[in-house]
Write a protein that binds this ligand. Structure first.
Ligand SMILES: Nc1ncnc2c1ncn2[C@@H]1O[C@H](COP(=O)(O)OP(=O)(O)OP(=O)(O)O)[C@@H](O)[C@H]1O
Ligand SMILES: [Mg+2]
Length: 267
């Protein structure tokens, strides 16, 4: 199984590995009903790092994720992911780009009545002919890849178990395996541990950290658990009232910064 391991840096093919930053955001603005939710946001995410996005509720984290993938349209600003200007992609190019990005959500977003394996294979749908996809006839290599991805998150034994019978922590690991199976390089995780117990939370963060450290994935992950962020992140970016409040290392994210970030939210 080891030769098929999905977290092999050599398989990060689609993107330009020579480039230092995987995401560059410049002067990003987004308003809803004239209220600025993202206000002149600029930051960069280096390749192969585990970056945690922090900030009080309503600060704009999920809106930022949606702008990064153009699930919502920014009002202005520039987003570049692997040297491609996301803000300028047409529908076809946008689909191709999204196929290479692994998304992990708070509520796992699995098809509950399908097995763990079938949920991971869903990541290969974009690479499978329509007829094969309709018949769920995946290639042998796709099945091997999906099994290897489940193995890498410790769920090989549960491959044929229905998603709805797995624990929350296991379901989130299936979602991570699905992101690995996309064989892109970028993983975006919006509050992936919010509904997990402490042990499962640590487990998920360890897997994501390892994906960055050992396998060349670039991970942007929002969290509300500051202690865990400080322990696991290579870099912390914090949003408050839609503006960048902090961008630096965990060491620099000291008690003062922490207190100011979360203290009295202005009305
Ligand atoms: N489609 C929308 N229409 C109107 N307002 C929106 C929309 N989406 C988000 N907002 C508002 O934008 C602000 C930022 O929301 P967002 O979900 O990005 O915050 P967040 O940092 O992810 O918060 P949380 O930590 O609670 O998940 C909130 O005030 C929210 O109500
Ligand atoms: Mg959110």
């Amino acid at each position: 199984m080891s030769s098929l391991t999905p977290i092999d840096p050599t398989r990060c093919q689609p993107f330009d590995a020579g480039q230092t930053d995987v995401i560059t955001v410049r002067n990003l603005c987004k308003s809803f009903n004239t209220r600025a939710v993202l206000d002149d946001v600029s930051f960069s995410i280096p390749r192969g790092k585990f970056v945690v996005l922090l900030g009080p509720s309503g600060g704009g984290k999920s809106t930022l994720f949606r702008c990064l993938t153009r699930l919502i349209e920014p009002d202005s600003g520039h987003i570049s992911i692997n040297n491609t200007t996301i803000t300028g992609l047409d529908a076809g190019a946008l689909n191709e780009f999204r196929r290479q990005v692994g998304f992990i959500f708070q509520q796992f977003n699995l098809v509950k009545r399908l097995s763990a394996l079938d949920n991971v294979l869903a990541a290969r749908l974009g690479y499978t002919s329509t007829l094969r996809a309709l018949l769920r006839r995946f290639s042998k290599s796709d099945r091997q890849l999906a099994l290897a991805c489940l193995d890498s998150v410790g769920l090989l034994e549960q491959a044929y178990q229905k998603a709805q019978t797995l624990s929350g922590g296991q379901q989130q690991r299936v979602a991570i395996a699905r992101a690995f199976a996309q064989q892109g390089e970028l993983i975006l995780a919006d509050e992936p541990i919010s509904s997990l117990d402490p042990e499962s939370s640590e487990n998920v963060l360890q897997i994501l950290q390892r994906a960055a450290r050992e396998s060349g994935f670039s991970v942007l992950c929002s969290l509300h658990q500051v202690d865990l962020a400080v322990r696991y992140a290579d870099q912390i970016v914090a949003l408050k009232h839609g503006r960048i409040f902090f961008d630096g290392t965990s060491d620099d994210f000291n008690a003062n910064v922490r207190e100011e970030l979360y203290n009295a939210v202005k009305v």
